[in-house]
Design a binder for this molecule. Structure first.
Ligand code: 6PG
Length: 253
């Protein structure tokens, strides 16, 4: 797997780097292609990033050219706890001057199969032919302790032919019904940035970044952009089990 690791002292420094990445990629994408297509993640890890984008970065981005999508969503209405759209809207999107029409949410209020079909249609409106979906300029992903990413869970099918999938498996204490983008889409992105923090994820992270390839068990290993950058933004705790040869040159404080 080809990737870059950046290790930060804590969540604050990691989030600042993730926000800086957003601003840099937005400026470059807008200069080169006139717009910036970003996919967000849910979970707790991006909370500080969202706050920073809404405050320190509010005036550093041309929001009129930014289009926001999601890598996955829980099938709950936008106003309910668990909605990744609701989370980003409250912390970030409602606080920056992004046009409403540039926010492309997964309709969590629908049944997973219907929401998945609907989102495939949304993606097709931004398609980068011959693909039926866009090449995202930046995708943020999180990783669970079990190696899942977006809503690609262990033991889910590795070979997929669709850009979006309904997910109906029961998963820990989180709502079981979800929609996820698939590696077909993630692996066409120009940049994918994982954000991983905390000691509890250290063993899994070391396994995911090892050369033992087991994508059935570790869905995060399914992410490997074909013609783009794969970036792992991790804190020192999550990096605690990585071998020295991986971490030596990458500590950023
Ligand atoms: C979600 C994402 C999921 C998440 C990881 C990490 O929950 O919205 O689907 O893939 O990124 O579970 O979650 P935490 O950031 O809460 O650890």
């Amino acid at each position: 797997m080809n990737f870059q690791i950046r290790i930060f002292r804590d969540m604050e420094n990691l989030s600042r780097a993730a926000a800086e990445l957003f601003a840099e990629k937005a400026a470059r994408s807008i200069a080169e292609r006139g717009r910036f297509l970003a996919a967000l993640n849910g979970g707790s890890t991006p909370n500080r990033l969202f706050q920073l984008l809404a405050t320190d970065y509010r005036d550093k981005v041309d929001w009129s050219r930014v289009h926001v999508f999601w890598g996955d969503e829980r099938c709950v209405p936008p106003g309910e706890a668990g909605s990744s759209y609701g989370q980003a809207r409250d912390a970030f999107l409602s606080r920056v001057p992004i046009p409403e029409s540039n926010i492309h949410r997964i309709k969590g209020e629908l049944e997973p199969a219907e929401a998945s079909r609907d989102y495939a249609l949304t993606l097709s409106r931004f398609a980068s032919p011959p693909l039926e979906f866009p090449r995202f300029d930046l995708v943020y992903l999180g990783m669970g302790e079990d190696g899942h990413t977006a809503s690609l869970f262990p033991a889910s099918p590795v070979e997929v032919t669709e850009p979006t999938l309904p997910v109906t498996a029961h998963y820990q204490d989180r709502p079981a019904n979800r929609v996820t983008l698939t590696p077909l889409v993630f692996n066409q992105a120009r940049t994918v940035a994982f954000m991983v923090t905390g000691e509890k994820k250290a063993v899994t992270l070391a396994e995911v970044l090892s050369d033992r390839y087991n994508p059935e068990a570790l869905p995060a290993q399914r992410i490997s952009p074909k013609d783009g950058d794969l970036l792992w933004l991790v804190d020192e705790e999550a990096a605690g089990r990585l071998p020295r040869e991986l971490t030596r040159n990458f500590c950023e404080g």
